[in-house]
Each structure stands twice: as structure tokens, then as C-alpha cells.
Design a binder for this molecule. Structure first.
Ligand code: PRP
Ligand code: ZN
Ligand code: MG
Length: 212
């Protein structure tokens, strides 16, 4: 029987709400700790637990058919997969932050700074739109420590509760964009997979409606 393979975050910001959404859709999965793969008992769904940053690539390559990711990763890389549904959780913003003691009066103060980020495309566009010239340093993680170790004067990263910024002595000074969790799908699903996806999407929409 045809199954749909969904990739969700193994741990972190989107994990709990992703599991909760599947449950609210009436899908029973037992996500035992440290299990990287499991199956639903009452829906033809296989669940892969992966690093959030790897999910877009898995969906693009067809290793997973669908996935739950942050909108921000889709905006950063113009990917060939389709956005199926906004999910209404995982709300956060991609923001620029500087040392909490730094003077900051506006976007022009970013001129000439080094900005560390995992989102070079989005940051580049933001700087161009604001006619500011700054140096972008692309790093893949732990962006918030960059100012503290002398790698950059500013960062651009996701902010949710703000506690990561706070713990690293940074203050948020510009919101570049807002993001939330979305369901994405590989662009070449076969007929049966598309029917399963429609079924799942229908349930997700019902869950969303019930919350409004
Ligand atoms: C994001 C971001 C920060 C954290 C911010 O990480 O990179 O580290 O969330 O959240 P806070 O404002 O609530 O402290 P992400 O969810 O992408 O996880 P990852 O860094 O492990 O990939
Ligand atoms: Zn991430
Ligand atoms: Mg992070």
C-alpha cells in the first residue's frame, strides 16, 4: 500500500506542535524517545524525525514526500517544492540584533558592520532595500555567539521567545520578516500520494477551523 512520508523536526521549536497537529488530525503515532522513524497506526503515514534545517533538502530530493518547516527556510532558498498549507504555529521573526550596549538609532547604523547569519539571501535583500552596505558572514548555527567571539558586530537569526538573544547579551533592532510553520510537499508526488496528501490537508484545515 502507498504511504506518505512526512519529515518533522526531531527536537526544537517545531517538534511538539508538529506532533500535536498530527494527533489533532486523528493520526496516532508513537514517538518513542530517540526513535528517528515511526509509523502511524491508523493512517498510511511514515514519520521521519530530522534536523529542521535538513528537512527542505529531504523533501526536495523526494526522500520525504512532505515536511513541516519554517517559512523562512523556504524564503531563503527558492526551492522547487510546493507550499501546501500554513500551519499557524511556530510563529517567529527573522531579526537583526546587536550588542545590548551598542548605540542603535536606525538601519543606517548597520553600515559597514559584519553581520553573521544563516540567511545570507534574505539579509542581502534587506540591506539592498535599505541601501545599506554591510558584510555578510554566513554561518550555519550558533549565530548568536558571533558578536561575543569577535566574528561580527551584528547577527540576523530567528527570534521566538527572545531568550537566546537575551542570554547572549544581544538586543533585537530590526525585524526582517515574520515566519511560521508550513507544510511543504515534493513537487512530483504520484496520484495516490496526492490523494493521501489531500486527505491530510483536509484534516489540517478542519483542525485550523476549529481553533478560530
Ligand atoms: C532558532 C534560532 C535561535 C532560537 C531562537 O533556532 O536559531 O537559536 O530558535 O529562539 P528563542 O528566541 O525562543 O530563544 P531553530 O529553531 O532554527 O533551531 P536550530 O538552531 O537548532 O536549528
Ligand atoms: Zn534551525
Ligand atoms: Mg538556532
Amino acid at each position: 500500500m502507498q504511504k506518505l512520508r512526512i519529515a518533522i523536526q526531531k527536537s526544537g521549536r517545531l517538534h511538539d506542535d508538529s506532533i500535536k497537529l498530527l494527533k489533532e488530525c486523528g493520526i496516532d503515532i508513537n514517538n518513542g524517545v530517540n526513535k528517528l522513524k515511526t509509523e502511524a497506526s491508523n493512517f498510511p503515514l511514515e514519520v521521519f524525525f530530522l534536523r529542521d534545517d535538513d528537512i527542505p533538502q529531504y523533501v526536495e530530493d523526494g526522500v520525504a514526500d512532505i515536511g513541516i518547516v519554517g517559512e523562512n527556510v523556504v524564503l531563503e532558498k527558492n526551492r522547487p517544492f510546493q507550499t501546501v498549507e500554513k500551519l499557524g504555529f511556530g510563529k517567529c521573526r527573522l531579526s537583526i540584533a546587536v550588542d545590548k550596549s551598542a548605540q542603535y538609532n536606525g538601519v543606517k547604523d548597520l553600515q559597514g558592520l559584519r553581520i553573521a547569519t544563516s540567511y545570507p539571501v534574505i539579509v542581502d535583500k534587506f540591506l539592498k532595500d535599505n541601501k545599506v552596505e554591510a558584510e555578510i558572514h554566513e554561518i550555519s548555527g550558533s549565530v548568536e555567539i558571533a558578536p561575543g567571539i569577535g566574528l561580527a558586530e551584528a547577527i540576523c537569526d530567528l527570534v521566538s521567545s527572545g531568550s537566546t538573544l537575551f542570554m547572549n547579551g544581544l538586543k533585537e533592532v530590526e525585524t526582517v520578516l515574520k515566519s511560521e510553520a508550513i507544510l511543504v510537499a515534493n513537487s512530483q508526488l504520484n496520484g495516490e500520494q496526492q490523494i493521501l496528501l489531500k486527505k491530510l490537508q483536509f484534516r489540517i484545515q478542519a483542525v485550523k477551523k476549529a481553533k478560530n
